[in-house]
Design a protein around this ligand. Structure first.
Ligand code: NAD
Ligand code: GLY
Length: 359
């Protein structure tokens, strides 16, 4: 069965997320969203696993080319972006071509940026293959590459024509990547849906054993929440910032450890525990909420703290955010599980204590 979640946006920018188990390879799946040409962008690891199925879904397309980029965050560069553009130009792709991003967030972000800029923008279909990409990066239109000075410094908003969300791809995802993706799923419960958070508490073991029906439910609810927030604030003028719950702390953990020790989701998990601690200190959440979040994160096999990360180094990294936001750090705090809001009013001592988590 294919479920459909719509991302409702003005003009022609709206699109469906098609969700199910074992979708890839169906002959009619992709064609409604593809022009007369397609360039599949994937990486070496994912191509071996899923490129044959995607090719089967593209049999009716006149011209199909493939670019395989290197694996991992180090490939999310201007060089990789240029290689994708070179392929589009060399193979004479025209303005009605479609870039098909088959992979995790790295492939989705760099392929999306190529689609956003080739001939001032061509079609894009996202086929996410990690849990993080299924519930977060493939939806919402943020595309980017990294610069040596920082992550995601070069990018554009470019919404896809469709997102093909096949939970079947999760069967091969390494355990550490899977658990890191769960952090973003838990985030959706905290920011927007207390009942979903409760459902996660009672189904976390099913998710960890990758039960397809439970995965479909968790991904559906996550995508529904993200779609609703993006529809309300496509360009992150205001409300979309709630998706950053735990992320200011998480980014600081990643920066303070040179992006080498933690996966993004792992840093976000610890960051959400810090954000809950802060919310309690500010009188927005109670202890019970903070304990539930910590417990669910621990049960997901994620660390609930970044024990040996230097508090000063994290504060330093957060001051970069502060510069970006004209002198005031804006943090998302939890007003009880299921609701969050932004605050710029956090005394430094309180922030320090939240980062240290009582250490
Ligand atoms: P990733 O793309 O590096 O994938 C993680 C690893 O899993 C890679 O080694 C990949 O080859 C492998 N892999 C992917 N799918 C697999 C599968 N089905 N089976 C086996 N192995 C598989 O990492 P990620 O966590 O998916 O994405 C991280 C990136 O996403 C970061 O660059 C981050 O900035 C970006 N991101 C973007 C947004 C957005 O809104 N655009 C949101 C969140 C994160
Ligand atoms: N990952 C946060 C966003 O898409 O806005």
């Amino acid at each position: 069965m294919i479920e459909r979640i719509d991302v409702t946006l003005p003009g022609e920018r709206g699109y469906p997320i098609l969700l199910g188990n074992g979708l890839l390879g169906s002959p009619d799946l992709l064609e409604p969203y593809i022009g007369n040409q397609a360039l599949v962008v994937t990486n070496v690891a994912v191509a071996v696993l899923y490129l044959p199925q995607v090719r089967r879904s593209l049999v009716g397309v006149e011209q199909v080319d493939v670019v395989e980029i290197g694996d991992g965050e180090t490939s999310k560069t201007l060089d990789t972006y240029a290689a994708i553009l070179d392929a589009l130009i060399d193979k004479r792709h025209n303005r009605s071509t479609t870039v098909v991003a088959l992979g995790g967030g790295v492939v989705g972000d760099v392929a999306g940026f190529a689609a956003a800029t080739y001939q001032r923008g061509v079609g894009l279909v996202q086929i996410p293959t990690t849990l993080l990409a299924l519930v977060d990066s493939s939806v919402g239109g943020k595309t980017a590459v990294n610069h040596p000075s920082g992550k995601n410094l070069i990018g554009a908003f470019h919404q896809p024509q469709a997102v093909i969300a096949d939970v079947g791809v999760l069967a091969t995802l390494p355990e550490r990547e899977f658990r890191a993706g769960l952090a973003e799923v838990i985030k959706y419960g905290i920011i927007a849906d207390a009942a979903f958070f409760g459902w996660l508490e009672s189904h976390i073991d099913d998710l960890l054993s990758r039960d397809p029906a439970s995965l479909v439910h968790a991904i559906r609810r996550s995508c529904e929440i993200k779609a609703e927030v993006v529809a309300d604030d496509e360009r992150e003028q205001d409300r979309r910032m709630i998706l950053n719950f735990g992320h200011t702390f998480g980014h600081a953990i990643e920066a303070a450890t040179a992006y080498e020790r933690f996966l993004h989701g792992e840093a976000v998990a610890a960051g959400m525990v810090m954000a809950m601690d802060l919310s309690v200190r500010l009188g927005r959440s109670n202890d019970q909420d903070a304990k539930r979040v910590r417990r669910l994160i621990e049960r997901s096999g994620l660390r609930a703290e970044a024990l040996d990360v230097d508090v000063e180094a994290m504060l330093d990294a957060m001051s970069m955010d502060k510069k970006v936001m004209q002198g005031r750090l804006r943090l998302i705090v939890c007003d009880g599980i299921g609701a969050v809001s932004a605050t710029s009013d956090v005394p430094e001592q309180t922030l320090r204590r939240a980062i240290a988590l009582g250490r």
